[in-house]
Design a protein. Structure first.
Length: 329
């Protein structure tokens, strides 16, 4: 099938507005493990989502998320690969038990950003890495690449929301007795389920103001190469590091805006309230030069027909049509 980035055959109404997922942090970069308030996904949704199974030199197994960006390349978090020995990329499925729908690809090589320093537990800058598959990834309605954009400012300003996906730990509403005074139609309290999800989960989360995010993470530091997102009972948590923070453009395509990097994991309470304790994501647009250089120009960020460009084009077309309409009278 011909590659067309950022296209999904799933309907928009299959996308949940609830929940999310992320990674542990002030204790150091450890692969993340859960989707807070996430909902199950359509079989054909998020076709660029990949599942990494990584063997380390210390002979332990790690699992992370990744995003397909071309027929040979994927993007993930650098901290997922700091002790990388070998690994496999799984694509084309939403339920881990549906082994018959999975396509697996061995990893040929990995490239961690040279500015990432794995052994400083308080620093998380440049948390981005590239993965090259040993053979071409076969595209179909269940497997497609996402788009990259060199300018993501229009996304955070115009949309205010992104979506995160992953198979990590998850949360559920706290059950109440039917006679309980807590049994209301208001939003339910959640608790964290300490176990991986069998099914891919999705959550819609708002972007968070830089000043607010930097104020919370002032000891760690949040720079221009990072972006913040999350809400109460909606946000990433331990288990799905490296997965995508993605935005739907007006042009109908999906764009990779962030990579799940780190968040507050000192307690379940802080993990559940990511409005006060924002999740931090690597800002992909900041690393377009790195991506182009390491892939020898085979993978570049779109600088033209992105969502904002399409909006202007649509406006011009609309004015032209209105002009012809009134001229007819």
């Amino acid at each position: 099938m011909e590659m067309s980035c950022g296209r999904s055959s799933a309907q928009q109404n299959d996308i949940s507005q609830y929940g999310t997922y992320r990674h542990p942090q002030r204790q150091g970069a450890v692969p993340t493990k859960r989707i807070i308030g996430g909902s199950k996904t359509h079989a054909k949704a998020w076709p660029w989502m990949a599942y990494l199974i990584i063997m380390t030199y210390s002979q332990s197994e790690l699992r992370c998320g990744a995003t397909i960006v071309s027929d040979r390349w994927l993007i993930t978090a650098a901290h997922c690969l700091t002790d990388f020995w070998n690994g496999t990329v799984l694509v084309g499925f939403k339920d881990v038990h549906d082994w018959y729908t999975q396509e697996s690809y061995l990893i040929e090589s990995t490239t961690v950003h040279p500015g990432y320093y794995a052994y400083d537990k308080m620093m998380h800058n440049h948390d981005i890495a590239l993965i090259k598959a040993v053979r071409d990834i076969k595209f179909n309605e269940y497997v497609q690449p996402i788009c990259l954009s060199a300018n993501d400012s229009h996304f955070s300003k115009n949309y205010h929301f992104g979506h995160v996906t992953g198979w990590g730990y998850h949360s559920k509403p706290i059950p109440h007795d039917s006679e309980s005074e807590h049994n209301t139609t208001q939003s339910e309290e959640h608790y964290v389920v300490h176990g991986f999800s069998d099914k891919l989960l999705v959550a819609r989360i708002p972007f968070i103001d830089y000043d607010k995010c930097r104020s919370y993470w002032k000891l760690v530091g949040v720079g221009d190469g990072q972006i913040c997102a999350g809400a109460f009972q909606k946000g990433t948590s331990m288990g799905d590091s490296g997965g995508p923070l993605q935005v739907h453009g007006i042009d109908g395509r999906w764009y990779l805006v962030g990579i799940t990097s780190f968040g507050e994991e000192s307690s379940d309470e802080t993990a559940l309230d990511q409005d006060k304790n924002p999740g931090v994501y690597t800002r992909v647009s900041y690393y377009c030069d790195f991506i182009a250089k390491e892939t020898e120009g085979t993978l570049t960020c779109d600088t033209g027909s992105t969502a904002s460009g399409t909006l202007v084009s649509c406006f011009v077309v609309l004015l032209s049509l209105m002009s012809h309409y009134y001229r007819a009278f």
